[in-house]
Design a protein around this ligand. Structure first.
Ligand code: ZN
Length: 213
């Protein structure tokens, strides 16, 4: 009820085009039908396979930038919905026991006020009724992958993630969520840490798949 009242005072906007949308919708009808949400499967240079509902271009790119850097958290609902549909349409809903996300460094998370991947991962967990857990931590504040070339990206993520002290993941099947996959080096490094702790299997997903500029 409160959400409904607030939506009259502060109406929700479509994450992709900014048009005001009705209460209960996560994007406008036009964007819903026009955006290509068929699961994209990236076999990345870093050796991981990642499924993403969107390509990181035009409207999707703008919406993710608004989400991450302007804190428009409403957008997360639409991304989570698209990831859930991709899971269902690829028949992978029974392939994981727990969900986790790529962590930010404490410094970056404080700056941003939230972890964009965690928010989406929690919503995916709610939908499938599976636990979303913080399994990884980023212990070093490295450079932004976006500003680096292929070789530098590989080096930049080495040793920056570690397992959380209380995480018990022995033989667990994990769904790992990130916002954007490009070369896959970040996710590959997270997978290395999870595997070293005995994870049974890891399935990687991101909101969008990007190509290296
Ligand atoms: Zn729209």
């Amino acid at each position: 009820m409160i959400e409904r009242i607030l939506s009259v005072i502060f109406p929700n906007k479509c994450p992709y085009c900014g048009k005001i949308i009705k209460f209960g919708l996560t994007e406008c009808e036009e964007c819903y039908y026009e955006l290509d949400k068929t699961p994209k499967i990236s076999h990345t240079d870093a050796g991981i396979t990642c499924i993403s509902p969107f390509f990181y271009d035009s409207r999707v790119r703008r919406s993710i930038l608004n989400y991450k850097f302007k804190g428009i958290s409403f957008n997360a609902k639409s991304y989570a919905k698209a990831i859930c549909s991709a899971i269902e349409s690829t028949g992978t809903a029974d392939d994981f026991d727990i969900i986790t996300f790529v962590p930010l460094s404490k410094l970056r998370e404080n700056e941003r006020g939230f972890n964009q991947s965690r928010k989406v991962a929690e919503m995916v967990g709610e939908y499938f009724d599976k636990p979303c857990r913080t399994l990884l931590e980023k212990t070093k504040n490295n450079k932004n992958q976006h500003d680096l070339n292929l070789q530098q990206r590989r080096e930049n993520v080495k040793g920056v993630y570690s397992i959380c002290p209380k995480a018990d993941i022995k033989a667990k099947r994990i769904l790992l969520i990130d916002d954007i996959v490009t070369t896959g080096n970040t996710m590959a490094e997270c997978c290395n840490v999870l595997r070293a702790e005995g994870a049974g299997s890891i399935m990687c997903m991101s909101i969008a798949a990007a190509t290296l500029d």
